[in-house]
Design a binder for this molecule. Sequence first.
Ligand code: AKG
Ligand code: FE2
Length: 287
Amino acid sequence: MDTQITPDWQNWIVENLARGCVPQSLVEVMAGKGFDPIFANAIVFHFSSISTQAKTALPAAAVLAAGYIAERPRFPMQGSVIKTHDRAVRVTARVSAPVVAVLDDILSPEECDELVRLSKSKLKRSTIVDPQTGAEEVINDRSSFGTFFNANESEFITRLDRRIAEVMHWPLENGEGLQILNYKMGGEYKPHFDYFPVADPGSQVHLKNGGQRVSTMVIYLNDVDEGGETIFPELGMAISPKKGAAVYFEYCNSHSQTDPLTLHGGNPVIKGEKWIATKWMRQGRFG
Ligand SMILES: O=C(O)CCC(=O)C(=O)O
Ligand SMILES: [Fe+2]
């Protein structure tokens, strides 16, 4: 079923709305032409709710984002404990649109320490300049040091990846390798989306392997003395880092629409340092 829209179809919708057609009749025509009805409804509703001037200027990607339709959450929206194969994880807070959950005890203090210990030696290696290209990229918006663990790199990593996938209610093999970030004092991650903007040419290479990102789990590996909250500016929400706790959120539906309300970032660390482990899930198998 069609979930992409060409400029011709966009113009058709805009023109017919301008002629005074009932939106529902346009949805029916589109459904008859093979469009997914939910998708057609989102697009038509979007065009009928914006100003005439904006209608001609909007690229298809913006249309898709603007008409985000929330579907059934992947994450369980009831219950205070999630039982995984080896650990009970507590849910301490939830938001329903977008789906955001704050969790306690996804990792034990010992597991957090072990991830930090294993990462420290890898972080050192990651500062070496690529001998082939000499390239060393500095991203100003992301003042942190990072490394990652490949799937099944060790029994320890396999066990954690499996538990995290169980909590995210998504297949283990759709996960990217567990990413570790270390922010020093002043380190931050400016507000961003975890999904790849479809309109960016640079996104295509990322989307080829596993498709779009659908959900994120950020796990705090230490207690931060001050600052370093994970913030969701559109929701007015801030989560303070706590060792072994995590924040989960989802942002991509079955039509590959992505939810801009999941804009988020990491506040500057004011005192101490901050260690996190991030798991990103894809639509399909990754790797
Ligand atoms: O540092 C944080 O709290 C947020 C991290 C984040 O946004 C990410 O890893 O994608
Ligand atoms: Fe992020």
